[in-house]
Every structure is written in C-alpha cells, then in structure tokens.
Design a protein around this ligand. Sequence first.
Ligand SMILES: [Zn+2]
Length: 424
Amino acid sequence: MDAQAVMLARLFEHSMGLGEEWRVEDVWFESPESGDEELHIRVGRVPGRAVRCPECGARCGVYDARERTWRHLDIWQFRTVVHCRVPRADCPEHGPRTVRMPWEVRPNSHFTALFEAQVLVMAMSGATVTEIARRVRESDSRIWAMLGRAVAEARAGADYSDVTRVGIDDTARARGQRYISVMADVDGRRVVAVTEGRDRGAAGRLCDQLEERGGDRSAISEVTRDMASSYSLGCADAMPGAAQTVDRFHVMQLLTRALDRTRNAEARSCEEKRRLLRGTKYVWLKRPENLTGRQAETRASLASEHLLTARACAMVEAVRAVYSCATREEAAAELDRAISWIMHSNVPLMKAAARTIRDEREGVLNWFSARSSNGFLEGMNSIIQSLKRASRGFRNVGYFTTMIFLRLGRLDFSARPASACATH
Ligand SMILES: [Zn+2]
C-alpha cells in the first residue's frame, strides 16, 4: 500500500471501530467504465483471533466464510466499498452462525451502519428516494429496501401502550389511485398504523396493528375522523368505547369542496356566469382575512350579482363562525342555525354537505368538548400531501407507508435490531 492508501486505511479503521479482531488488509482505487473513481477497502480477520457466536458469544472455530461487500459513506469524493470474507462461527450449541461485522446494522445489508444512518437522516428530513439515490449514487430499489427494513425493525420496537386518543384519516397514494388509511396517536403526535383501503374494516385493521405493539383498543377514549360512513361505522365497530369526534378540518374541507364544485357548476351554467366567475377560485376559497386587496374587491363587487357561489361562500363562513364559540352549547345553537339556513337554501351541493354534517351533529359538537387534535391531524395531512407531491405519487403502498413512518412515525432508529442470528 502506498502512503495515501495507508492513511485511508487508518482513517477507516478509526471511524469504524474495528477493534482487535479486524484490520484493513488492502486499499485500492478502481475507475469503472461508467461513473467516478471508487475507493475499495478490504477488511480481514486478525490471524489467531477466535470468532464469536453472535448468539451466545462463545469463542468458536470457523465453519466457513462468504465473500461480501458493503457500500460505505463516501470518503472524500470517492464512492467507497468495503470487502470482507465473513466467517461463520462453528458454535457447538447453535451450529454455524454468521458473525456480525462491526459496521453492520443488520445481517445481509448492502450498506454499512454509517451509510444507512446518512440515508435515514436524508429521508427523515424530507428528501425523496430518487434524490437520495442520486446523491449517494445507489439504485432506488436498494434505498427503498434499506428504508423498508429500517422502518420495519424500528416499528417492531415501538411501544403504543399509552395511546388513548387517535385520529384516522385517508389519502390516495397517487391521484386517482387506491386509498390508504392512517391512524395517528394525537397525544404522542405520531403515526402508529397504516393500512390499505378506507372501507368499514379499515379501523379494525389499524387497531390490530396498534395491538401488535402494546396498544389496546379498549383503552382508546376518543377517535377523531372524517365524515365518511365507512369510518363512522368502522370506528364504532372497532372502538365501541371511544367517543367519536369530527375534526374541524374535515368539516371545513367538506364545505369548501362543495363551495368549489358550486362555483364550477355555476360557471358552466351560462356565458354571463362564466365571465363573472372566471379566475375567482381563490376569491371564494380563501378566508376573508387572507384575501389580497384585489380579491376582496372582487368578492365585494360580485355581491350584487345574485351568484349561488357567493351564497355558498357565506354559508362556509357561517359554519366557520361556529368554531369561534366558547362552549359546546353555544356552538350547538350556532351550528343548528347555520345548517337549517343551508338546508332551506337553493344551493344543492351545499345542502348535501349540510345534510352530512347534520347526520354527524354529535361528532361535530364533540370537538368542542375534546378539542383533541390541536391541529396535529391537519398538519399530518399536509405533510402526507407534500410527500406525495415530492414523489409525484407512490407506485406502491409499501413505499408510501415507509415514507409516512419515516416522516411522521417518531420511530427510534438508533436501537440495533435483535435479529442477529442469521444462519446464512
Ligand atoms: Zn452459540
């Protein structure tokens, strides 16, 4: 080895904590046809040192060995690859067991622990897998596999025994694609379960996952959800003891969607309405205090045009005002007044939304006793939307779930997994 190679070997030994059993035997550079120059490091066992059974720690002879490589953190600008013939310990009690290398998080990973940590940090701070793969010069599929395993292991160690208030929400994995349901622990501000579909059985499947990790569905006192009947029925099936609350966010979302569809329908109804409503989407959807000066002027000038859209907009504001009530009693009176007004109006889409809210009256009013989600569920929803936007939707549910847990699961990735006993 030349002087530069010796220095790199020392650097590596120190950064990896190779201990007394392992040493760097060789360091070399390679220039692949495609791509940048690579640094290769071969590690070997110090002669005369016994190997240890990874299960019982007994000093054993070597059964056999298998050649393996790991991708390591780049050293300087070099893509760095570690090589080693990994021995299997010949344990009299456990039989042949693959020795764990000091740089491994888990058996059979393509990556060293430091490399995995770097990828995890990037993923948790919002980088997409495509971006990560490009930056670390690895394939998307290897990065996905690594992240999936890290999430599965961290989830296996998660403890949900203190979960008592949950929120359930749905989202499509891509535009027009199938839905998933997400359960969050409102007090712990973390996602605790994800399942495919948003059918009546979804709440039960989410509870099953919770209980696999120390949770208890009968301990759940409150569940916050949207107004889909599959959720209201499914939550009652799965958590009969829990009070059901409809989040303000979902009430306002239902109404603003009805408002937007009202505007669309009205703009298509005749040429004059189309002209009046052109380019006014956010004039109606924004809260009055968020309008720009020009948007506020437009809204005011359209007030005399007898537009259904303007009426629908006033209806949304009337329900929004319910949420400034101080008590549940006050809110009940305000809500009933607003719903009755909308139901007696001539704006069909708003009437349909009001009917849904009226059917969920208790759940909507429970928000005033519980005020449970504190905006966390809304924040969670918007982070999930931004994940989808950044990745332009997800091809598969497993990838989507992995990203949700990385960003919102509050998982502990620092614990070394217990599965040390690979036999191959
Ligand atoms: Zn053993």
